[in-house]
Design a binder for this molecule. Structure first.
Ligand SMILES: Nc1nc2c(ncn2[C@@H]2O[C@H](COP(=O)(O)OP(=O)(O)OP(=O)(O)O)[C@@H](O)[C@H]2O)c(=O)[nH]1
Ligand SMILES: [Mg+2]
Length: 434
């Protein structure tokens, strides 16, 4: 499903004419202007990711958002002239518009209007490659659309006299559409549920390993680091949301158990809730991780916001309590020594890395292995001789450090992840009960 279908025609490298886009933001006087500027910059990156040509931008200072026009009547008139004079195809807003505001603005401006959420949904729709990602995006779009149907069909009721429709035609159409959309949502949820169960089987296999997962803001360099650390060859791009699927690769073969590294979809400020909900199964890998590597673009001027956003999403998906290592990537772009010192002071525990510098990547790899070793406690378990067949489980699930054969049984000194400890305990209990 693609709202910008017409505009997107010929997108990609072959695109000849880029659609001209204009950015609009409302700055509330009570807010920090830097945040408004940063939000507008982000909309620009989203627009560029969609291959639109951003030809201008405006910031309107107001005490409050205007409920009808969002930007205020004066600015709207000024904007209409700009749209006409410069042949603008679409106006992009830094904020989520109400369905009525969206429709009203489109009518007044005479061009397509997209808000931040729609833009993000469009990018996801464009980038989705796998059947799972496509279904997740469609689900998010339908959930976004459902409460907005009133706005879409209200005109039918308003215009009923003129076009000869009976009273309430719009309302009836809304009910038909709602039923169709609800059916499709339920079908998609069933299909995604099936994929999630298959994913669970894969994850049971993964549990035998130590799972680390990169998380963080979109474009922070997560996939680049995964590629450097594992040789994965995953797709990277200097655009937002290049990655929409999870991918897991072996990072270290020499440890017991192996260390795996997963890449996954990036986050953004005010990530639409429908998207987070729909991407739950893709993000399940984050929830299962033994260690999260929070990758941050060190050259981002608003690191606090980036951390805030990631922390918030991690909380929302139930991954807030997993051990987390801060990774300041793109350190090669921080040229100012003072800035570097500020970063070191602010994040004394962080790993500083550049995905472009192999030596720093190797140091980073050691940090992850070190974390893994530090966090695995040595345990000593007694295995009675009559259950010695379970010895192989210890080797499968962790590192066996020492074995002592005593009169009462085999004492095994081992290290394993908390998840694998639980799997082992369950196996021991199961055989004890037989
Ligand atoms: N200068 C510099 N550029 C980097 C570094 N790491 C990644 N990049 C660039 O940053 C851009 C984004 O990199 P990705 O690895 O796709 O970022 P990501 O976090 O996976 O992004 P999404 O999947 O879109 O969320 C690419 O153009 C990379 O080449 C780095 O350490 N230094
Ligand atoms: Mg990526």
């Amino acid at each position: 499903m693609c709202v910008t279908g017409e505009l997107n025609k010929g997108m990609g490298n072959q695109r000849v004419d880029k659609s001209k886009a204009y950015l609009l933001a409302v700055h509330l006087k009570s807010q920090d202007i830097n945040r408004t500027l940063a939000a507008l910059d982000e909309v620009r990156s989203l627009a560029e990711t969609m291959n639109f040509e951003v030809v201008g931008q405006e910031i309107q200072s107001r005490d409050a958002y205007d409920s009808k026009t969002y930007i205020g009547t004066g600015k709207l008139i000024e904007m209409r002239r700009i749209v006409e004079d410069q042949d603008i195809s679409l106006v992009l807003f830094d904020h989520e518009l109400t369905p009525n505001q969206g429709k009203f603005l489109e009518k007044q401006l005479g061009c397509m209007v997209l808000d931040r959420t729609q833009l993000i949904l469009e990018i996801f729709a464009n980038h989705a490659q796998t059947p799972e990602a496509k279904e997740q995006v469609e689900l998010a779009q339908l959930k976004y659309m459902l409460p907005r149907l009133v706005g879409l069909w209200a005109h039918l009721d308003r215009e009923k006299g003129g076009i000869g429709l009976s009273k309430g035609t719009g309302e009836k159409q809304i009910n038909i559409d709602r039923t169709i959309i609800r059916k499709r949502i339920s079908k998609l949820e069933k299909s995604l549920g099936k994929i999630a169960r298959e994913r669970q089987t894969q994850s049971n296999l993964r549990k035998k390993c130590f799972l680390s997962c990169v998380v963080g803001y979109t474009n922070a360099g997560k996939t680049s680091l995964v590629n450097q650390l594992t040789g994965a060859g995953l797709y990277i791009e200097n655009k937002l949301f290049a990655t929409l699927d999870s991918a897991t690769r072996v990072m270290d073969n020499h440890t017991k158990p192996k260390i795996l590294l997963s890449d996954t979809v990036g986050f953004i400020d005010n990530l639409p809730h429908s998207l987070i909900a729909s991407f739950r199964s893709t993000l399940s890998v984050v929830k299962e991780a033994d260690l999260l590597l929070h990758v941050i673009d060190a050259s981002n001027p608003d690191i606090d916001k980036v951390i805030e956003t990631t922390t918030e999403v991690l909380r929302e998906i139930g991954a807030a309590n997993i051990p987390l290592l801060i990774v300041l990537n793109k350190i090669d772009l921080v040229e100012d020594q003072v800035e570097m010192l500020v970063l070191k002071k602010k994040f004394p525990e962080a790993v500083m890395v550049s995905a472009l510098d192999i030596q720093s990547v190797q140091r980073f790899k050691k940090e992850v292995s070190g974390f893994f070793e530090r966090n695995l406690k040595s345990e000593r378990t007694l295995l009675p001789y009559e259950r010695s067949s379970l010895l192989s489980k210890f080797y499968q699930l962790g590192m066996v450090e020492k074995i002592d054969y005593e009169d009462e049984g085999i004492y095994i000194t081992h290290k394993m992840t908390p998840t694998n400890q639980k799997i082992l305990a369950a196996s021991l209990l199961e055989t004890a009960n037989r």
